[in-house]
Design a protein around this ligand. Structure first.
Ligand code: GTP
Ligand code: MG
Length: 227
């Protein structure tokens, strides 16, 4: 049985990679910076995204979001308060988003009318690692309450990320957060990874984070101009 299970799994991943490649080309051609947010449940993906969308919309940027959860449209409702177009993807039993799900939920949106597309993945530190969604940036979030060793315990997700965001820094002292150990562990799994430290509660670090996203989009569109 074992080889057959492996064959099927490889087939699913190959199909996902092909679709993700097509999505990446569509996003690049439209000048859309696609950002895939991954973390365990409750790290603060939606809270960070609520603030990020609010800042971007206020700055005149055109941003949209897809959000994956097994059930409920709670996160889509929270994100939609920013005024940005938002769609919930209910995955049922699936513990990650796939390129096909992203592609299907983009239906009816004109990518040329967007600057940023955020995809909040299903809260899970394992499953989303293998599934490319065509994103330009994979952002892994880690809250100060989660334990400094998470990058060491879940290396596939942390090593596949382009950027790390340490969330809930307003709670760092109460949680006894060891910042130095966290940075060391992130660097051990993903050397050179850019790290942002934010609080959706106090606003700390949000301006730097949003500036970084805007810069990354400028790099993407400059590449488009050269291409
Ligand atoms: N103190 C504090 N609480 C936060 C912060 N960010 C999120 N929270 C709280 O943490 C809880 C979970 O936040 P969410 O944004 O729903 O987390 P999530 O990662 O989107 O969760 P799932 O979508 O279920 O995976 C909520 O009660 C938030 O209010 C923060 O920066 N500081
Ligand atoms: Mg959420």
């Amino acid at each position: 049985m074992q080889p057959r299970i492996l064959d099927i799994r490889q087939g699913v991943l190959d199909k996902n990679d092909r679709l993700a490649h097509e999505l990446r080309q569509r996003f690049a051609a439209a000048g859309v910076l696609a950002v895939n947010l991954v973390s365990s449940p409750g790290t603060g993906k939606t809270a960070l995204l609520e603030e990020t969308l609010r800042h971007l919309v206020a700055g005149g940027w055109r941003a949209a979001a897809l959000v994956g959860d097994l059930a409920t449209a709670n996160d889509a409702r929270r994100l939609a308060r920013s005024g940005a177009p938002v769609r919930q993807i209910e995955t049922g039993t699936l513990c990650h988003l796939e390129a096909d799900l992203v592609s299907r939920h983009l239906g009816g949106w004109d990518l040329a009318e967007l600057d940023f597309l955020f995809v909040e993945n299903v809260g899970n530190l394992v499953c989303p690692a293998d599934y490319d969604l065509g994103e330009s940036l994979r952002v892994v979030l880690l809250a100060v309450t989660e334990g400094e060793d998470k990058p060491l315990k879940y290396p596939p997700l942390f090593s596949s990320a382009d950027v790390a965001v340490i969330t809930k820094v307003d709670m760092a002292a109460a949680a006894g957060f060891d910042r130095a150990a966290t940075l060391t562990n992130l660097a051990a799994v993903r050397p050179g990874i850019a790290v942002f430290e934010t609080s959706a509660r106090t606003g700390q670090g949000l301006a730097e984070w949003v500036d970084f996203l805007v810069e990354r989009r400028q790099v993407l569109t400059a590449d488009l101009g050269r291409g």
